[in-house]
Design a protein. Structure first.
Length: 252
């Protein structure tokens, strides 16, 4: 679930800033990509006229675009990357950009932005490290709860996700983790974040349960996902999920 690159373009299609976060596309020439963006904008006027993010998926890659004033912010990621997380990254990156350049008329088409401070901010925003660090003590205690349950064979694995799409902890198989992030995205898309617990039985008989809990101080609500053995009855999985949720709430 990688985020590969960030691009900031003028609406003319000129790229004024780009940064790579993986080695997968570091050798791609930006000047070869910008004509691709220009073609997209030419054939899809709604991309540069809507305020909501636009998505373009190709094979296993996804471009997410967000337009602010005369600038287009775009992130290239794996299609499995949390859309909620990517959207929140674009918003934060745009906010920092306009704080760095309050007078955007001074940003010219020929200008390539080189600002180490902005590079550092972008890196911390993309990784989500800044937000997690602010609540590191709390998260560590919650993660210890999950690790203890796995060690005692009460659960197979678990994940702790923020409702902004941050993966704070996971010991789940990757496919199950990706599906859990998709579930979180669907909840947000339909405005159903407050839905009750979700229970499902996998093809191999294992039980997957999830629940969103509210944190009454600064933190975003969290999604808890727990995977049980096939021998655990669904009713028992439900009871254990409530017990784990209450234990986490009591840590606060």
């Amino acid at each position: 679930m990688k985020i590969h690159s960030l691009f900031i373009l003028k609406k003319t299609g000129v790229c004024i800033y780009n940064r790579n976060f993986t080695n997968d596309f570091e050798n791609i020439e930006v000047n070869l990509i910008t004509p691709f963006f220009s073609a997209i904008f030419s054939f899809s006027e709604n991309v540069i006229s809507k305020k909501t993010p636009e998505i373009l998926e190709m094979s296993e890659l996804r471009f997410v675009f967000a337009v602010r004033e005369d600038f287009i912010f775009s992130i290239l990621s794996d299609s499995s990357a949390s859309l909620i997380f990517v959207n929140s990254r674009l918003s934060r990156i745009a906010d920092e950009f306009f704080e760095l350049f309050p007078d955007t008329s001074k940003v010219k088409d020929y200008q390539q932005i080189e600002e180490p401070k902005y590079d550092e901010l972008v890196d911390s925003i993309i990784t989500g490290e800044e937000e997690i660090y602010m609540s590191k003590t709390f998260y560590k205690k919650v993660i210890d709860v999950f690790k203890e349950l796995v060690h005692e064979n009460e659960i197979i694995g678990a994940a702790l996700l923020s409702t902004k799409g941050n993966v704070i902890y996971t010991s789940l198989p990757n496919e199950i983790l990706v599906n859990s992030l998709k579930e979180l995205e669907i909840r947000f898309m339909v405005g159903a974040v407050v839905l009750p617990e979700m229970y499902s039985r996998l093809e191999n008989g294992q039980k997957l349960v999830s629940k969103i809990i509210d944190i009454p101080w600064k933190l975003d609500p969290l999604l808890i996902v727990v995977l049980y053995e096939s021998t655990v009855p669904l009713g028992m999985a439900e009871v254990n999920l409530d017990r784990i949720a209450n234990k986490i709430i009591n840590i606060i």
